[in-house]
Design a protein around this ligand. Structure first.
Ligand SMILES: [Zn+2]
Length: 188
């Protein structure tokens, strides 16, 4: 009896170990998904992403295409615009910092965000060394495009109909931004 039970117990032990390791895996991918839903960037697979390194990047789009999600790539590298009212930071007023979803460069502070009816997250002021400007005359309009200073990714456009104190309205795509809440920044 006991000689029969021993291998059976061992077998059961093996099966339970197997089940444990199977249970662990979905938990792991769950937490990854959670952090993904908080932020646009997939920092894990992006060797260029850094919130402290300000070195100018010169990375080809063919390389970015392998790293970025299709949504982030379309907006940031091909200057597409997300549909108004759909972005996750449009109606969002938590305190914290906004970074470039492509490279981690600091772009905006929540203090400069204001409620705009245009359908995209809007700011009256950008980080001084965070952005650059480019003339954009596509779609028969004269506009000023806003790009990340570090990685040249498209962020949105800037207009001169914003509120005081600057009168400027940075009209941004949510997908180009990564928000980090104040308490999270302090903890890092
Ligand atoms: Zn960037």
């Amino acid at each position: 009896m006991s000689t029969f039970m021993k291998p059976l117990v061992f077998l059961l032990f093996c099966i339970s170990m197997q089940m444990c390791s199977q249970v662990k895996q979905p938990q792991k991918s769950n937490s990854t998904e959670k952090s993904k839903s908080m932020e646009n960037s997939s920092t894990k697979n992006n060797p260029y992403y850094s919130r402290t390194d300000h070195t100018k990047l010169n990375v080809a789009n063919s390389e970015w295409k392998k790293i970025l999600s299709p949504e982030v790539y379309a907006v940031s590298r091909e200057a597409e615009t997300e549909r108004p009212g759909t972005g996750k930071y449009n109606n969002f007023d938590a305190l914290g910092e906004y970074y470039c979803a492509v490279c981690g460069n600091h772009l905006f502070r929540s203090d400069s965000k204001f409620s705009s009816t245009c359908g995209w997250p809007s700011f009256f002021e950008a980080e001084k060394d965070g952005v650059i400007y480019k003339r954009d005359s596509t779609y028969g309009m004269e506009r000023t495009e806003v790009l990340c200073k570090r990685c040249d990714s498209h962020l949105g456009h800037v207009f001169n109909d914003g509120p005081p104190p600057t009168g400027t309205r940075f009209c941004m795509n949510s997908v180009s931004l990564d928000f980090v809440a104040d308490n999270k920044t302090a903890a890092k």
